[in-house]
Design a protein around this ligand. Structure first.
Ligand code: GAL
Length: 838
């Protein structure tokens, strides 16, 4: 070989570690999605955990699965309409699998991302324990029970029978992913990396990696840990290593490393750049584990006068609270369904998600990392004091330490998370809340702390049990993640609230109570502030109550059930809960006060359950800016005009009224000075937004025909919009959010169904029943129309339109190829669509 060539080879060898590392090998760690081929039985069965139990008659299905969403709505279900009026009960899942040669000599773990609730897991008939909390992720070690080379049987008993146990729809079953993790006996522990960025600016970054190694053997093992920082193209951009880490038998050891990077690409909301940290664990020359952790390089702080600062730039958090259900898909997670929700929110200008009021699916956080959201990750909706008869308060004493720490350990590497919330409106907060029924001995046991000096409030007085509990929870979070502030969604804005009195919360958070915003700097000097929850305005898409300048504050009284024949709330932003505000009111205060870091409005999407202000037959919420089917309500465009740079012009309501009726027309707009309205060509006047009012309006007399609005800047037309009086329903239009989906068995296409008149105008009152037929590579996985009072099934391939619209969700059935969808309805010209799955 020529000398030059040898040198080149040698040089490229030297460069190798900095340009590429091996992909995780087959012999290191396997993380297998364990969702296929389960059998399910609804109802309790004695002995169903037994290995020999005959489950051949059970239903075969794939996870994630939510049996409640398949049920029929009834006010008699114990969950009540607050819980979505859908069934609970007990369900069993079984899965038979063969322990193959690749599992020999390995550790075998089963990982559940979430099971609602009381999940008891059995392997070959042996119980591995019950996990009560329905939103927590948990692992069981199957290794000692696995029969090598033979069939093994996993059985899971899910008990969601005691209801109500939630203030909203929980779902029921193994509703998140299940994984089988197969590792060597020395491996990175469950959630065993903690990656932070102590230095993160445009010039340089330092990345700290704490790696927890677990040794499941009976001897001391010496390990080497090599950490590679990979950029988004998988190129190694930095690395570090540590030798001779000694891990005791059946023990763990933590190895810390620091990596450096010049000119990092920062994680921002617009460009959420993700690196990843690849951890390689070696024993001698053998690589025994490879483990990847996503890394976002960003710096942030919360400031008492400037609010939220990300990478040195002030950013207002324009957030929404979200519950976990995915409308007609129920609680069963689907990544595309979550991604679609986030896309619709992002389009509106939303930049923050509060996971209310429980740990979310891990995939939601992955999406937030990738799409750029400011996440408030919340653990509990209650502590020891219950809100519903059978809720988590029953388990809190025994489980809160485990659940809280598991939650933080699982989620602390997500760059999108900027704050932890230890609870929402826990009843322990109230100043008048009894110092609790605990005696001191009991309290010390529970709190696991001595009533020493640490337990004094700033005023020198002893802290209450409730304040001590707050302190304990905050301390627990801080021990696992000192990089993020801890907050809680309080109701009581007063500093004498037990949570505030603890002095432990870094970030003052309260829900609603907007008249108290201004007092925060005085009441909590030096503390930053976030509106953990705001608004609670109520709207039914497509429904308008006039006059639009009258307010409907519903429910009118607490003590008597609220009733209104319409079971509808007006979409003019003139209806809200007594504890809430209109959308414009809350936003105005947050916008105009720099010390407010931002807000998470209640809620981004409608959700199942909590149909305030109504009760049955209402069974889902009216709070969403977007309805349950994913159709924006009008106020969506108010946010879009305020929260984005987009040029917006949205006029509403529709133009189908009684002749001579007085009608209020509203418009949201941006990037223009004024808007002019014309009815059948006649001007009804020019309007300009007044200070702190984010819409314009006209009161006109209805005459059939055309409404036209024109927005102008410096006298020049910017945008125009038209509404036409629609005729009778004549045809169906189908439009898919994506015409090509993945042939992976889970990908979805959301198809909007519009009922149009002959001329193509949306019929704003149409409620025609539409039937769906699908052929080829998909099936109907859900239907909806956004109505909070419909008792139609979410699973039957038919749906009535609601104010002219409904939705059908198609799911790939693992086949590749063409998908055809036909939509028919009596008296209407049918709609058809062709899609593909690849
Ligand atoms: C809040 C509560 C939310 C939801 C909302 C409805 O007080 O935190 O979970 O119930 O009210 O307005």
């Amino acid at each position: 070989m020529k000398k030059g060539k040898t040198l080149l080879l040698f040089l490229s060898f030297l460069l190798l570690p900095l340009s590429m590392v091996g992909a995780p090998g087959e012999n290191v760690r396997q993380r297998l999605l364990f969702n296929q081929d389960w059998s399910f039985h609804l109802g309790d069965i004695k002995g169903a955990e037994s290995k020999t139990y005959d489950d051949s008659s059970w239903r075969k299905l794939s996870l994630p699965h939510d049996w409640a969403i398949e049920g029929e709505f009834s006010e008699d279900h114990p969950a009540g309409s607050g819980g979505g009026a859908l069934p609970g009960g007990i369900g069993w899942y079984r899965k038979t699998f063969v322990a193959t040669a690749s599992m020999k000599g390995k550790r075998i773990y089963i990982d559940f991302d979430g099971v609602y609730m009381n999940a008891e897991v059995f392997i070959n008939g042996v119980s591995l324990g019950i996990r009560p909390y329905g939103y927590i992720s948990f692992r069981h070690d199957l290794t000692p029970y696995i029969i090598q080379g033979k069939e093994n049987v996993l059985a899971v008993r899910v008990d969601n029978a005691e209801q109500p146990n939630s203030r909203w729809y929980s779902g029921a079953g193994i509703y998140r992913n299940v994984w089988l993790s197969i590792t060597n006996s020395l491996h990175v522990d469950l959630w065993g990396t903690y990656v932070t960025t102590p230095v993160a600016n445009a010039q340089k970054a330092s990345i700290k990696a704490d790696v927890t190694l677990k040794n499941t053997t009976a001897s001391v093992l010496k390990a080497e840990v090599v950490s590679y920082l990979l950029d988004a193209t998988q190129k190694v951009v930095s690395q570090a290593s540590a030798q001779n880490i000694s891990v005791t038998p059946q023990g763990v050891a933590v190895c810390s490393q620091l990596l450096h990077l010049d000119r990092p690409k920062l994680w921002t909301l617009e460009t959420p750049y993700l690196y990843s940290l690849r951890t390689e664990v070696k024993v001698g020359s053998k690589t025994v584990d490879v483990y990847d952790t996503p890394v976002g390089i960003r710096s942030f702080s919360f400031d008492s006068s400037q609010g939220f600062i990300l990478n040195g730039e002030r950013i207002k958090i324009k957030g929404v609270c979200m519950h976990h259900d995915l409308g007609c898909l129920g609680a069963a997670i689907n990544v595309r369904a979550m991604e679609r929700q986030l896309e619709i929110l992002k389009e509106m200008g939303c930049n923050g998600i509060r996971c209310s009021h429980n740990p979310p699916a891990p995939e939601l956080l992955d999406l937030c990392d990738r799409m750029g959201f400011v996440v408030m990750d919340e653990t509990f909706d209650m502590w020891r004091k219950r809100k519903t008869t059978y809720d988590y308060s029953l388990y809190f004493n025994e489980w809160h330490e485990r659940d809280l720490s598991d939650h933080i350990l699982r989620d602390r590497n997500h760059p999108s998370i900027f704050m932890w919330s230890i609870g929402n409106e826990v009843l322990e907060q109230w100043t008048h809340a009894d110092a609790d029924t605990l005696d001191i001995k009991e309290a010390n046991l529970l709190l696991n702390m001595k009533r020493d000096k640490k337990s004094l409030a700033a005023d020198g007085k002893e802290l209450s049990v409730n304040s001590l509990l707050t302190k304990k929870l905050v301390d627990m979070v801080k021990a696992l993640d000192p990089t993020r502030p801890v907050t809680a969604g309080n109701n009581e804005p007063d500093p004498s609230n037990h949570l505030f009195r603890s002095g432990a919360l870094d970030l003052i958070g309260f829900n609603y109570h907007e008249t108290y915003f201004k007092d925060v700097p005085r009441n909590f000097p030096g503390k930053p502030f976030i509106v953990t929850e705001s608004t609670s305005a109520l709207m039914t898409r497509g429904y308008y109550r006039m006059p639009s300048d009258s307010m409907y504050i519903w429910p009118t009284r607490w003590d008597i059930p609220f009733h209104d024949d319409s079971y509808s709330c007006s979409s003019y932003d003139n209806c809200h809960a007594p504890w809430g505000t209109t959308h414009e009111e809350s936003w105005k205060l947050v916008k105009n006060n720099d010390f407010i870091s931002g807000m998470y409005l209640w809620t981004g999407f409608d959700y199942l359950g909590e149909p305030t202000p109504y009760w049955w037959p209402a069974r889902s919420s009216y709070f969403g800016v977007i309805d349950l089917a994913g159709f924006p309500k009008d106020v969506y465009y108010m946010y879009q005009s305020e929260w984005t740079d987009k040029t917006v012009l949205h006029v509403f309501p529709h133009w189908n009224w009684q002749k001579g009726e007085r009608v209020d027309l509203w418009a949201y707009y941006s990037n223009a000075d004024e808007v002019e309205l014309f009815v059948n060509g006649k001007s009804c006047g020019i309007r300009k937004k007044e200070k702190d009012v984010y819409h314009v309006s006209w009161r006109v007399t209805f005459e059939p025909g055309t409404v036209r609005v024109v927005s102008r800047k410096n006298g020049k037309e910017v945008l125009s919009r038209e509404l036409h009086t629609a005729g009778e329903p004549a045809r169906i239009r189908l439009s898919a959010d994506r015409n090509s989906i993945k042939a992976d068995g889970v990908d979805l296409s959301f198809v909007t169904v519009d009922i149009l008149d002959r001329d193509g105008n949306l019929c704003p009152h149409a409620d025609n029943l539409v039937k769906f037929e699908v052929d080829g590579a998909a099936f109907v996985s859900g239907v909806d129309n956004g109505s909070p009072i419909s008792s139609e099934s979410f699973k039957k391939p038919e749906r009535k339109a609601f104010y002219g619209k409904c939705l059908v969700v198609l799911q790939n059935n693992t086949a590749q190829g063409v998908i055809t969808l036909k939509a028919t309805s009596a008296g209407l010209q049918e709609g058809a669509l062709t899609l593909e799955a690849r």
